[in-house]
Ligand binder design. Structure first.
Ligand code: SF4
Length: 413
């Protein structure tokens, strides 16, 4: 395994809040952006000392950088320059690093795009969600199909060919035909990567609350049934596969050679470091690994500065940090939890889990202890189990959370 680390940078600013979303993002005032960027840079400068305190390794170099959110493309060219200066000041960013920008169609200015390309950004992920304007508008997206197509053409002309399109099955007003149209449009665009998600409506989002209260403002009554959306997802898997955009993870599809190197780190338990609001990290330690996450509250994240105190990434004296610092508890991942993670994360991938590698890493006893649950899930038609490998079936991928909860090792459950 490479000791290179991936870096995730969270930018929680959006132009408008989508009705289904309850991420740690919002239409926060642009006046907060400069302070936020300052905090990101200070967090980067503090990270080495913080990692030392929990004896975690920051790896040799950085081979992937991912700007997610939120809508990172809303930052200015100058703000991105500031972030890259801090990043390169602290880390050795590999020349061939994959650098991805999440972007809402129509919300990436020319100047910002130019600067990002100067800094090595080479991959863009567009939050299209639907190529049907009525469906996009219903959930508060601000773009049209025409704009999406124009944006794809524009970034290609600028030299960015590694493009991902996000699609969501189950949006209000979506039908089997309209979903097929969106998938066909994604294929026709010839982008090398597509992500397909089932609509997940957070109960605390506007749409979620309306669905509970049976209101009418955000199209709750027009949300398709879960069974319909699941069927459309399965259809999309087949259609994309036929078009050469093969599924490699529950939600991710790529033409050959175009998988997301950054996201693969999450599923193969390679180290990554997150900066910004609600950013998560996993670093290797002598005992295994440590996981930790930043606060999901923007004011708290910015508040560290308002209080004027030195940034504390980790509070080693208590093992946890106080509410005014960036980082919550540090979870030290022991062998049993690491074993479970290897199974759950590996099963997200179509290639599944290499059982010989798991045996080498964790010994045979843990695998034997997990075998009754694995056989049970196999009998339910959700898992294919071979002597050297296991993987989810198509049905298993659709109900992956149920599979994972059935596989929890009893002593750790
Ligand atoms: S779905 Fe994305 S663009 Fe929409 S509010 Fe949430 S983070 Fe922002």
């Amino acid at each position: 395994m490479s000791d290179a680390v991936g870096i995730y940078i969270s930018i929680p600013f959006c132009k408008a809040k989508c009705t289904f979303c309850n991420f740690a993002s919002g239409a926060f005032g642009a006046e907060r952006m400069p302070r936020y960027v300052d905090r990101l840079c200070e967090e980067m400068r503090a990270v080495r000392a913080g990692a030392d305190r929990i004896s975690a390794s920051l790896g040799g170099s950085v081979d992937t950088v991912y700007f997610g959110g939120g809508t990172p493309s809303l930052l200015s060219a100058t703000q991105f320059r500031q972030i890259f200066d801090a990043l390169r000041g602290e880390f050795d960013v590999a020349r061939d690093a994959e650098i991805t920008l999440e972007c809402a169609p129509g919300q990436l200015g020319d100047e910002t795009l130019d600067e990002l390309q100067r800094q090595g950004m080479n991959r863009i992920s567009f939050g299209v969600q639907s190529f049907v304007d009525r469906e996009s508008a219903a959930v508060g997206r601000l773009h049209t199909r025409e704009q999406c197509e124009a944006e794809i053409a524009r970034v290609r002309r600028a030299g960015v060919g590694e493009i991902n399109l996000d699609l969501i099955a189950g949006l209000p007003h979506q039908t089997e035909e309209s979903w097929k149209f969106s998938v066909d449009q994604a294929i026709a665009s010839e982008v090398p990567h597509v992500s397909v998600y089932l609509l997940e409506v957070d109960e605390d989002s506007r749409l979620g609350r309306e669905m509970l209260e049976q209101g009418t403002r955000y199209g709750a009554a027009a949300v398709p049934s879960e069974d319909d959306a699941a069927g459309w997802y399965e259809q999309a898997c087949l259609t994309l596969d036929d078009a050469g955009v093969g599924q490699y993870e529950i939600s991710n599809f790529a033409r050959s050679g175009h998988r997301s190197r950054h996201n693969l780190k999450y599923w193969t338990r390679q180290p990554y470091l997150g900066f910004g609001v609600d950013a998560h990290s996993m670093l290797l330690t002598a005992e295994g690994a440590a996981r930790f996450a930043n606060t999901d509250d923007l004011e708290t994240y910015l508040g560290v500065v308002v209080e004027g105190g030195p940034l504390r990434l980790f509070d080693s004296s208590q093992g946890v940090s106080s509410s005014s610092s960036f980082c919550s508890d540090v979870d030290h991942i022991g062998a049993e939890a690491a074993f479970e993670e290897s199974l759950f994360l590996g099963l997200r991938l179509n290639e599944g889990v290499d059982l010989d590698r798991v045996r080498d890493q964790f010994g045979d006893a843990m695998l034997r202890a997990a075998m009754p649950a694995l056989l049970e899930v196999q009998d339910a038609g959700l898992l294919e189990l071979y002597s050297d490998r296991m993987r989810l079936t198509t049905r298993g991928r659709l109900v992956s959370n149920e599979v994972f909860s059935r596989l929890l090792i009893p002593s750790a459950a």
